[in-house]
Design a protein around this ligand. Structure first.
Ligand SMILES: Nc1ncnc2c1ncn2[C@@H]1O[C@H](COP(=O)(O)OP(=O)(O)OP(=O)(O)O)[C@@H](O)[C@H]1O
Length: 491
């Protein structure tokens, strides 16, 4: 009756709306999803070329957060060009042509009609999750969803946001399978039930204005890759943050994959990965990609086939290196550190174990960003035993004052490791004893295999006065000169 009167006596619409509120839902959001047929008349040429399987519809409005994302309105017809993890790369088919990434949960494939017709259905979401979602942007007054009932199997609940609160309504199922929110008002399908209460929300006292939008996944960038693109092949080692594996990207490119342990704090390394992304130098391990959307987080870097410098120096190949090779290694590390110095980045864990060796004696600094933030806990006063004391400058070991100058001290220890083919510094001394001796002015003696001019540099790095320690810029220059001299003496 009401439908009839509304249709025929349109001049009474405002009266009817006051008497029995009716949202505009049936003519906007819900209306988009009523049909599987795609009308793309404004772009006829492309229509016939597009396979139906790649035709999608935007279920919710999405506002692009970066240049490579695409803003869409609910109901926009899209062609999905490729799927990438939590996003799809989509081209808008009507209106202004544009291509960009849209969250995969925001679109539905038109050839698989159900989700396109039920953008408000969130199946296994709990009551409290529903509340949290409805009260978060971009959801607003009038956002609603239907979920499975937590207590009664086969039944549902309708959750509706009314300004800053959420109301829940139980949707029961009769013996015949019909659904009802109010006694005596059964519906054959959930779509019919929702359409009815969207048109007449008197019983709910809250309008159903738009389907609840799912949470937006983290912003994508060029570094984020889907996990399936990587295969793990062989475990290379294990560090504080987790295991490191040799792997393949898309079954072709060899990579190293660090699998971050589940108990590491996500906020910390998300921020830190940002830091790694902006550092690029041939003497720093290059970040290739991250998989940070789900756990465990993967950090993918270039693969250095010969492992860490400490083990390498102890290997038969390492033991066979001559002085020129050792000076060359020292130059490469100073080069990478000079870059960090320019960027005002403190490494805090410079040691041979954190230098990686590749083919043709290529050396690269690793663990630079991670050491700084991720390891904050182990650098705190409360767990001072975890500090790599024998590599750490006295002011950093005693007062936690890390600086580029404390990195220079560590570099001196790294020189000692290099020119002793991987010996442990202060061998036979405990950490405590080492700190005590250093504070009294003791310094490591010159190893027999170390040229005197290199030992002078080590001593300068271990100057008790931080200001008098050389910069990495100077170290690189001086070692470069030594290298050229050593090479010419060989020829
Ligand atoms: N990119 C890589 N290529 C080849 N091997 C690697 C790579 N990254 C790490 N490894 C190997 O895995 C081991 C563990 O690396 P990881 O960086 O996790 O720990 P670490 O630096 O030894 O210790 P920590 O992280 O506690 O300082 C390294 O010692 C090295 O042998």
């Amino acid at each position: 009756m009401e439908q009839f009167v509304r249709k025929r006596l349109t001049f009474l619409t405002s009266f009817w709306n006051k008497l029995r509120p009716r949202s505009n839902l049936d003519t906007c959001s819900l209306g988009y999803f009523g049909s599987d047929s795609v009308s793309l008349h404004s772009e006829p040429t492309s229509v016939c070329l597009i396979p139906k399987s790649s035709l999608f519809i935007a279920l919710y409005a999405f506002t692009a957060r970066s240049a490579d994302e695409l803003s869409v309105k609910a109901g926009d017809k899209l062609r999905v060009l490729k799927e990438e993890g939590e996003y799809v790369l989509a081209r808008r088919l009507l209106g202004e042509a544009a291509t960009g990434y849209v969250p995969a949960t925001y679109v539905a494939n038109l050839s698989q009609g159900t989700s396109a017709r039920r953008p408000w259905y969130f199946s296994k979401i709990s009551r409290s999750e529903a509340e949290q979602l409805l009260l978060s942007p971009p959801n607003q007054h009038g956002s609603f969803l239907v979920r499975d009932s937590e207590s009664s199997k086969g039944e549902y609940a309708l959750s509706v946001r009314r300004h800053a609160s959420v109301s829940h309504f139980r949707i029961g199922r009769s013996a015949g399978g019909r659904l009802h929110l109010q006694k005596g008002r059964p519906f054959a399908s959930m779509e019919q039930l929702v359409a009815f209460y969207a048109a007449d929300w008197t019983a709910l006292r809250s309008p159903l204005l738009q389907p609840c939008a799912p949470a937006t996944p983290p912003e994508r960038d060029g570094w984020e890759r889907p996990r399936w693109e990587f295969t793990l092949r062989r475990k290379l080692g294990e560090g504080y943050f987790g295991e490191v594996w040799e792997g393949l990207w898309r079954n072709t490119v060899p990579v190293a994959i660090k699998i971050i342990k589940a108990d590491m704090k996500a906020e910390d390394f998300t921020k830190e990965i940002q830091n790694l992304k902006r550092l690029r130098h041939e003497k720093l391990i290059q970040l290739h990609a991250v998989c940070s959307v789900d756990e465990p987080v993967y950090i993918i870097t270039e693969l250095m086939r010969k492992g860490n410098l400490h083990s390498y120096l102890n290997s038969p190949e390492g033991k066979s290196l001559g002085t020129s090779h050792l000076v060359n290694i020292a130059c490469q590390v100073a080069d990478g550190m000079r870059y960090l110095e320019e960027k005002h980045i403190v490494h805090r864990d410079l040691a041979a174990r954190n230098i990686l060796v590749g083919d043709e004696l290529t050396c690269k600094i690793a663990d630079f960003g991670l050491a700084r933030l991720l390891k904050d806990d182990i650098y705190s006063t409360s767990s001072s035993t975890k500090i790599p004391v024998k590599w750490t400058a006295p002011e950093a070991a005693n007062y936690r004052t890390y600086s580029l100058k404390s990195d220079v001290w560590s570099y001196g220890i790294l020189l000692y490791e290099v020119f002793t083919y991987g010996q442990i510094p202060y061998e036979g001394m405990t950490n405590q004893e080492t700190v005590r001796q250093i504070t009294r002015g003791y310094r490591l003696p010159r190893p027999s295999t170390c040229p005197p001019e290199i030992y002078i540099i080590m001593l300068e790095c271990w100057n008790g006065n931080t200001e008098e320690r050389p910069t990495f810029f100077t170290l690189r220059e001086r070692l470069g000169l030594i290298y050229r001299r050593v090479l010419s003496s060989l020829s």
